[in-house]
Design a protein around this ligand. Structure first.
Ligand SMILES: C[S@@+](CC[C@H](N)C(=O)[O-])C[C@H]1O[C@@H](n2cnc3c(N)ncnc32)[C@H](O)[C@@H]1O
Length: 466
């Protein structure tokens, strides 16, 4: 962190302290330092919060008073013009918060929120920010479609909010699609659920917690809470707004030793969903899923939802996928009599199991064929990125030795030209594109590994049964 950033962080923490944000139940001089402190975790989210002492599971570790939460309501209550302009328009709650955030950022140092706004990232790697090359690097149709949809949705929301931004006389910079993506990515990756606004709230200091996937116990309790609320709207689920404290409260999800990173579960996400909403993937994500094409008649045989028929992170077919496939592989006239066996998760017969495993192996191979690079090629591409490139020429030379995709990257970023020689520095645009390309490669590699592990798993089952 450079000196300027350190000063901004210090100013922010002082500001947060005056607002009553605290990691201590005692009257403390500083908002952090008693239970939590800011640390840097290069391989687990960058800036985050570590335990400043040993912490026990269930302890209240941070409290952020309601008056310190940045919401559409709080932004509008201090800005009559914004409030009047927004009230005339029919915008979604997220569009309203996006406009309100950009409006506030445009005020610069005049904004009451300025110390907090200086702590927002300058850019995000969410799917909606991927360009054509980066989208195609995902290689799989479903993922490409998700990225295109995210980008189209952002564009539509931006277009329909332009009138209000013009009325508010936004400068061209804040009117741009790039600025819109920045603000909407800030919302999707940093807001927390509040009961009074579907767009959520920005929670100073609380949004420094990095993510860990929920464990099984949490998933079960989340499911019941979601059902109670009738919406899949919980974002940061170890944190909750508590009426009795009139504050956002964060609780330790497990015991932590002093110095360990304290993590929060924002919810249950596959890697593609993490990429879409938060701009990162996990190397070990217990909720990651891969899908293979299934026989067209399988859905008429069972009532499992399509998204429950998946291959899990370690390559095992899900309970529902196995049950459905076992039923499908049973001759029609016997299906009724074995339904209860299949639906209870048991093997129907050795022969039936072998048919199921063979089918899965075949389909995993069929999906693997869709990818235009192999696991080995992805691995070697990723290892190229481990190097620090001093100049554009160095990057160009390293990539020219690799697959056709590397040439497409160089072309998309104007690096193929003969003019790229000597010590020309890497531009920010190229570095950003490389970060997103790396994420796309990481995502597809994890997906391929799941399919590959499924093939190994099914092969082992066949060998055991033969
Ligand atoms: C709520 S913020 C967490 C704090 C953030 N690191 C910061 O410096 O402001 C969420 C963002 O942190 C990053 N992040 C959180 N958990 C992560 C993890 N386990 N691995 C990689 N990045 C993570 C992602 O960029 C995500 O969009």
């Amino acid at each position: 962190m450079d000196e300027e950033e350190a000063t901004k962080l210090e100013t922010f923490l002082k500001w947060a302290t005056t607002l009553g944000i605290s990691d201590s139940t005692l009257n403390s001089q500083s908002c952090l330092g008693h239970t939590l402190s800011i640390s840097y975790f290069p391989n687990a989210g960058g800036r985050g919060l570590s335990a400043a002492r040993d912490v026990n599971k269930g302890e209240l570790i941070l409290k952020v008073p309601k008056s310190a939460l940045m919401t559409s309501q709080s932004l509008m209550s201090n800005d009559h013009t914004l409030s009047v302009s927004l009230s005339k328009m029919c915008l979604s709650s997220t569009q309203i918060l996006t406009v309100a955030l950009l409006n506030e950022v445009a005020k610069g140092k005049r904004s009451w929120w300025y110390p907090y706004l200086t702590q927002f990232p300058t850019n995000y790697d969410v799917l909606a920010s991927f360009d054509e090359f980066e989208i195609q690097a995902l290689q799989l149709d479903d993922a490409i479609w998700a990225a295109e949809k995210a980008s189209e949705k952002a564009k539509m929301e931006w277009e329909s909010a332009k009138t209000v931004m013009e009325e508010l006389m936004f400068k061209p910079h804040y009117m741009s699609f790039k600025a819109w993506i920045w603000a909407s990515a800030s919302i999707s990756s940093r807001t927390m659920h509040i009961p009074w606004d579907a767009a959520g709230c920005f929670c100073p200091v609380g949004d420094f917690f990095n993510y860990a996937a929920p464990d099984e116990e949490q998933v079960l309790s989340e499911d019941s809470t979601n059902a109670d609320m009738g919406a899949k709207s919980l974002r940061l689920t170890d944190g909750v707004f508590e009426e009795k404290y009139d504050a956002y409260c964060f609780y330790a999800r497990r015991d932590y030793k002093k110095g360990e990173q304290v993590l929060l579960s924002y919810g249950t996400y596959t890697n593609l969903e993490l990429l879409e909403h938060y701009g990162f993937i996990l190397n070990e994500n217990p909720n990651d899923k891969a899908y293979v094409p299934l026989p067209s008649d399988i859905h008429s045989l069972c009532s499992w939802p399509a998204d429950s028929l998946y291959i899990d992170q370690i390559g095992k077919p899900s309970f529902a996928l196995l049950a459905a496939m076992r039923l499908w592989a049973t001759p029609t006239h016997l299906q009724k009599s074995v339904r209860h066996v299949a639906c209870s998760g048991s093997i129907v017969s050795n022969a039936n199991e072998i048919i199921v495993m063979q089918w899965l192996i075949k389909e995993c191979y069929s999906v693997l064929k869709i990818f235009t690079t192999s696991i080995e090629e992805d691995d070697s591409l990723l290892s190229v990125f481990d190097k620090q490139f001093e100049s554009a020429t160095e990057l160009k030379n390293a990539l020219l030795e690799l697959t056709g995709e590397s040439c497409a990257f160089l072309k998309a970023n104007g690096l193929l030209s003969d003019k790229i020689s000597g010590n020309i520095a890497l531009t920010r645009k190229v570095t950003r594109s490389m970060d997103k390309w790396k994420l796309a490669i990481g995502w597809r590699l994890k997906y391929k590994e799941m399919l590959h592990d499924c093939i190994s798993h099914c092969t082992r089952v066949i060998n055991d049964l033969s």
